[in-house]
Design a protein around this ligand. Structure first.
Ligand code: CUA
Length: 152
């Protein structure tokens, strides 16, 4: 009967949606908000051992951790340098409003929400100078909010 056909079609759609969402969450190199990276009170960023002095840390072998604090209308640090082909995990939070952390020409593009830590792990194969931009409107000087990533 037609009912069974429609039911089957609906099931296919639902499975498809779930697959899409799962792929988006765990897909190539990008994890969105990670529970382990967790939450942070924007008022306590200065006292947080990860974010009090944001920047690049070599955590061993081929691995680097980069902490970044976004704040209208800049990133701290303003300039990041990592070796090509290393495994780089970014931890990004905001001190004030919602921003984004987007590395031009790569698939690094995450929202940065006050109170939360966005985590993503990436490998940059191509040495070069990459722009970092904010894609979320964050006020009068949103368009000037930028940083720089040097892959060396
Ligand atoms: Cu920060 Cu737009």
């Amino acid at each position: 009967t037609y009912e069974k056909v429609w039911l089957a079609a609906a099931m296919v759609l639902i499975v498809g949606f779930i697959a899409t969402i799962t792929y988006g969450a765990v897909g190539p190199g990008i994890a969105m908000i990670d529970d382990e990276a967790g939450s942070i009170d924007p008022a306590e960023i200065n006292d947080d051992e990860r974010f009090a002095e944001p920047g690049v840390e070599h955590v061993g072998g081929n691995e680097y951790e980069v902490t970044v604090v976004a704040q209208a209308w800049s990133y701290s640090p303003a300039e990041i340098e990592v070796p090509a082909n290393s495994e780089v995990t970014f931890y990004v939070t905001s001190r004030d409003v919602t921003h984004s952390f987007s590395v031009v020409g790569t698939n690094v593009n995450t929202m940065v929400i006050p109170g939360q830590v966005s985590e993503m792990t990436v490998q940059f194969d191509e040495p070069g100078e990459y722009g970092i931009l904010c894609n979320e409107y964050c006020g009068e000087y949103h368009h000037t909010m930028e940083g720089k990533l040097n892959v060396v």
